[in-house]
Design a protein around this ligand. Sequence first.
Ligand code: ZN
Ligand code: ZN
Length: 260
Amino acid sequence: MLVDSHCHLDFPDLSRRLPEVLEHMQQNDVGCAVCIGVNLEDFPRVLALAEAHPNLYATVGVHPEYTDTEEPGEARLVELAGHPRVIAIGETGLDYYWQKDRPEWQRDRFRRHIRAAISTGKPLVVHMRDSADDTLRILKEEDAQAVGGVMHCFTETWEIARQALDLGFFISFSGIVTFKNAIAIKEVAQKTPLDRVLVETDSPYLAPVPHRGKPNEPAFVRHVAEEVARLRNLSLEQVAEATTANFFNLFKNAHRPVQT
Ligand SMILES: [Zn+2]
Ligand SMILES: [Zn+2]
């Protein structure tokens, strides 16, 4: 069984055809998927998916790309994260690709998420784009190691991965690892200790080869796992078993679906 540790099933492209998306998951042995919150306005939709489907989970957080949105206070995040179907805080982090002026409010918002995660004991889902130095520095300053989490859709070098691993974080690979020119990411996928690797789709974005350029969906996490297996000379089954075990180790509020 595989787990898609990061997807956006509440986005219209996917929510519109949810029954089919869930069926494809089942056909590809993708037993669980995590619906990631990106803002508080849409969180009820994300939570509703996790409440309606035993194999879907939710997270709560406000993505750094969202500017014109309800600003999440630490207490508000803690309150929303108290729901049993919410398994993590995020996605949160820093994105200097979209906001090249590196605004202070991104770092403030990120710190609030880390504090909320520590106070709930639920791990972090961290989005890091063109911001590795500040992201790692703030994780250290806020003692994020106390709660841990995942560096989602990892696109940095092995040097950065090593620092995240030193902080106790997991590294999650998306469809980008299947792209031919993703040399540095393939290296990270070879070197990250197997007990710290997760796989995800970040769907509807970033469809892996051979679906590149088309809408992505959780079933395609299988192609991500296949590429990780190829890079490490392992079987798909070995990577599936390891990444699924890692998922349930990190997200302690998630439970293996009952096999039928
Ligand atoms: Zn992200
Ligand atoms: Zn995302």
